[in-house]
Ligand binder design. Structure first.
Ligand code: TRP
Ligand code: ZN
Length: 885
């Protein structure tokens, strides 16, 4: 039974379901501790299988109390059925279609794992992806079993005046007994159980309507805590823009009479795309100028879009099995990135998407948790909702678009929607649509889904002045990763240009090597040679334009060449990239330098000059300039080293580089800061947000000068702030330094926002990310703060998650106390919420590249976790993969 340890599930073992469930009728009587679930399933043998003879019916189910079970109306007694901790089996069900009725009980109040039905601040809600439905009733809880659901919900009128489920509302009414009422919902679209959802609670709401392209009216409603309705308008606005955009860009129209969003406070992730009833972490719904930062507004817009877009990519066309998770997630992330790019600035969006990819996915891909975008095995599927599946998955879709061009890409998407609507499909099915729509062979390209690791392109460019030609060699390598030693070369679209001495792109011709389209090279072999003619002056290469593939690029460019790209590259993404690379390289050089002062002087001057010219370039918008001013973080620099990482040394070098830049640009930064300070009324649009971002980026750099006037400027910024973007920015800055104003500002923020459970998370996070040496003790103390709650994932993420993932210096303290703290917290959280605990453990994912002392301490902390019991399947899998590699 349990003794052999958790079971590994293999993609290779996939078998289609023996039984299909055509309809489901659920009658759910909500009660805090004893919710009754009566289910009636109509079940048929899978006609596609043509199996003959008796086949047992095995349904998934866990953490429930079974009261009764009936088949075709007759009560079953053992041994006509069997139950264990995870399933219900009927050894010999009828050959003909039959109905199965069960009555089970669950306890929402005791459900701290937040999977299945649970209570969040008095609101009943549910979370089923990936395998939560089996905690509600016995079912074939797998994505390739699609059923039509009808749901009747019953609850106390006072506790839950609002009763919601998937689909369209059918009926509601009151019951005589004990002030109860009910609502019936029917979802006409067959769906897998992971998209099931219910909500019951006393909630406020905002409403709107949307007319679809074909003229159907849809009622939209967003439910929030009473009194917070005003904060739901931005989410509503984002929803309507998403609905319009999906019609215009992909021809996808909404398909029910209503679309509901509910904000809840206890939620394991960001949000969930349940059919017609999206459930959101309230952090991703609620926003007002006083309580939300521009980053919050942006996140709300993109997550509302993401969940809405799932209606077609995920719900109408779903995954055959959980190994195909990127089919819906990678594609939907790509779609929400495109939406944001078109609503805001394409370049700035690309920069932030690449920042995110590099800071979260690259380390995963280079460490013990590396897995292919389509994994081939898992123990706990919840552990695979990763940056690799989501963000690298989105990059793969983007590469398909780069390879095919916009029009053919759209044709492939159209074919996908047409061919697979209503089905549960695989990555092969998806890619086949692009192959068929374009006549392109994608077989080598498929390796992006099956091989883990970040490819590295080692490039070399030589110039023949006499012949006016150049030769670029590109060598691709892909390191071994867990479970996979030998890897095959991948198909990499390399967008590039050669810049001439005047800074303009030269009009060159590719005379050898394959060009996919103008300016995009096909890198397909281990070693690839490309020759160019028409190279009229010494070329400076602009490679991987727009980050055309999720790879690392390695080419030896001088500081002068990088500064030249920072000044001239017409690809704005690459201008930013050049600056980023320049700064990273300078900081690394400072660590190694014998005479750091001399190195610093030369490196900083050239960098400052290039930045200054961009800062005063009217053609560039403020949001973009802000990105240029943001130097790479400690973790970004650490990532460039594959071994012997010492965060304290990086911190020192980083600080001196930042300060040198700030001093060189001081007058300009002060000017920018002052010029932009005349703020009018708040608007969350991209332009206004960009203005605030630039000013805050200037403030950040100025603060690294560490003078009393610099600290006073931050304190004044806090005092004068008229919106949360500015207050929160000042809060983080002041919390990061030993300023005399620090305590006062932190206390003021606390006293002002202690009644707001979302805003106060900014206060926890600001303290958790302080690089001061007192931070760990302060974080420990904050875990005992009355406002902190270990059962609320947002709190855990704000305090412990921020400390472990956004404070590289203090988490990686040389004495290992940061590691021990995290290990202890993980064990404590694991007893309440394994999914969240396992995520926190991810903070150790790069421990192998640490310098030896830290590495040993981190390893000891991991062993401590591994040796503890009980340990959830979630944490067991993560810790084993980390230590096994
Ligand atoms: N499918 C959701 C999304 O990406 C995310 C999700 C997966 C999730 N599992 C979850 C959300 C568990 C909350 C809890 O949009
Ligand atoms: Zn998603």
């Amino acid at each position: 039974m349990e003794a052999e340890g958790p079971q590994t599930i293999l993609l290779a073992d996939y078998q289609p379901p023996e039984y299909l469930i055509e309809t489901v009728e659920l009658d759910i009587a909500l009660d805090p501790t004893r919710t009754r679930v009566a289910a009636k399933l109509s079940i048929v043998r899978n006609p596609a299988l043509k199996t003959v003879g008796k086949v047992p019916l095995k349904l998934d189910g866990e953490l429930m109390e079974l009261e009764s079970i009936a088949l075709d109306g007759r009560q079953l007694k053992k041994p006509a059925y069997r139950v264990d901790d995870t399933s219900l089996t009927i050894p010999s069900p009828p050959q003909e279609p039959f109905t199965l009725e069960t009555v089970t009980y669950v306890n929402p109040q005791a459900n701290t794992a937040l999977q299945g039905i649970y209570l969040s601040r008095g609101v009943y809600c549910s979370q089923c992806e990936a395998q939560g439905f089996r905690r509600i009733t016995y079912f074939s809880d797998r994505p390739d079993v699609l059923a039509r659901f009808t749901v009747r919900l019953e609850a106390d009128v006072d506790a839950a005046p609002v009763l919601l489920a998937n689909g369209n509302p059918v009926e509601r009414g009151t019951l005589a007994k004990r002030k109860r009422h009910y609502a019936i919902w029917h979802d006409p679209h067959p769906k897998p159980s992971y998209l099931f959802a219910i909500v019951g609670g006393d909630l406020g709401s905002v409403a709107s309507t949307f007319k679809t392209a074909s003229g159907r009216d849809v009622d939209l409603r967003i439910y929030v805590e009473h009194g917070k309705e005003e904060r739901a308008h931005w989410a509503m606005d984002s929803l309507k823009r998403s609905m319009r955009w999906d019609e215009k860009r992909f021809g996808c129209e909404y398909d029910l009479d209503v679309f509901n969003i509910v904000a809840v406070s206890d939620f394991n992730m960001g949000a969930m795309e349940n059919k017609g009833l999206n459930i959101f972490n309230d952090r991703l719904v609620l926003a007002s100028p006083e309580t939300a930062t521009d980053a919050n507004y942006e996140a709300i817009e993109s997550v509302v879009a993401h969940e809405y877009f799932h209606n077609w990519t995920g719900n109408r066309i779903t995954c055959r099995d959980w190994f195909q998770l990127c089919l819906k997630e990678g594609l939907t992330v790509f779609r929400d990135q495109e939406f944001s790019a078109e609503e805001r600035s394409r370049t700035v969006q690309r920069i932030s998407d690449v920042r995110q990819l590099k800071s979260l996915q690259f380390p995963e891909d280079g460490g013990p948790l590396a897995h292919p975008v389509r994994p081939d095995s898992y123990i706990e599927i919840n552990n695979f909702y990763t940056p690799t599946v989501y963000e690298k998955g989105a990059e793969i879709v983007r590469m398909i678009k780069t390879i095919l061009g916009d029009k053919t890409f759209r044709a492939g998407m159209d074919l996908y929607f047409e061919r697979h609507d209503g089905q549960a499909v695989t990555i092969e099915d998806f890619v086949a649509c692009f192959a068929d729509a374009s006549g392109t062979d994608f077989s080598q390209f498929m390796r992006w889904y099956t091989q883990s690791g970040t490819p590295e392109l080692v490039c070399d460019l030589t110039y023949d002045k006499r012949r006016k030609s150049a030769e670029l060699t590109v060598h691709q390598t892909l390191k071994a990763s867990p479970g996979k030693q030998k890897k095959q070369p991948q198909f990499i679209p390399l967008a590039m240009a050669l810049l001439g001495e005047n800074g303009k792109e030269m009009d060159v011709k590719v005379t050898e090597g394959r060009e996919i389209r103008d300016g995009v090279l096909a890198v397909t072999e281990r070693t690839n040679t490309f020759k160019f003619s028409g190279v009229t002056s010494r070329p400076v290469p602009s490679l991987l334009r727009g980050f055309s593939a999720p790879v690392n690029i390695n080419i030896s460019l001088s500081d002068g060449d990088l500064a030249f790209l920072m000044l001239h590259d017409s690809d704005l993404f690459n201008r930013w990239q050049a600056g980023n690379q320049y700064a990273t390289r300078s900081i690394l050089a400072l660590i190694e330098a014998k005479r750091p002062k001399a190195v610093l002087g030369a490196k900083a001057a050239k960098f400052a000059t290039a930045i200054r010219s961009a800062l005063f370039d009217d053609r560039l918008d403020d949001a973009y300039k802000a990105e240029l001013l943001k130097l790479p973080g400690i973790a970004d620099v650490a990532r460039e080293k594959s071994s012997k990482v010492d965060h304290s040394a990086i911190f020192t070098a980083h600080r001196s580089f930042s300060r040198a830049i700030a001093e060189a640009l001081k007058d300009d930064l002060v000017e920018i800061y002052d010029r932009k300070s005349r703020s009018k009324t708040f608007s969350p649009d991209a332009k206004s947000a960009g203005r605030r971002a630039l000013r805050n980026a200037a403030l950040t750099l100025l603060t690294t000068c560490d003078g009393p006037e610099d600290y006073a400027r931050v304190a004044a910024h806090y005092k004068r702030a008229s919106n949360m973007t500015d207050s929160a920015h000042a809060l983080v800055l002041i919390s990061g330094v030993d300023a005399p104003e620090r305590e006062t500002v932190l206390r003021d923020f606390h006293d002002r926002w202690k009644g707001d459970h979302l805003v106060i998370d900014l206060w926890f996070a600001a303290q958790a990310q302080s690089p001061r040496s007192e931070t760990l003790d302060e974080v420990k103390a904050l875990t005992r703060d009355p406002l902190f709650r270990l059962t609320t994932p947002n709190k855990v993420r704000a305090l412990i998650g921020t400390f472990a993932m956004a404070n590289p210096v203090q988490f990686n303290r040389p004495d290992g106390a940061g590691y021990r703290f995290l290990a202890d917290m993980v064990l404590e959280i694991d007893r309440l919420n394994p999914q969240v605990a396992a995520r926190m453990l991810g903070a150790f994912r790069s421990f192998r590249s640490l310098e030896p002392k830290r590495r040993a301490l981190a390893k000891a902390a991991l062993h401590h976790v591994a040796g503890s019991s009980p340990l959830s399947r979630d944490c067991h899998e993560i810790v084993t993969r980390m230590l096994d590699d």
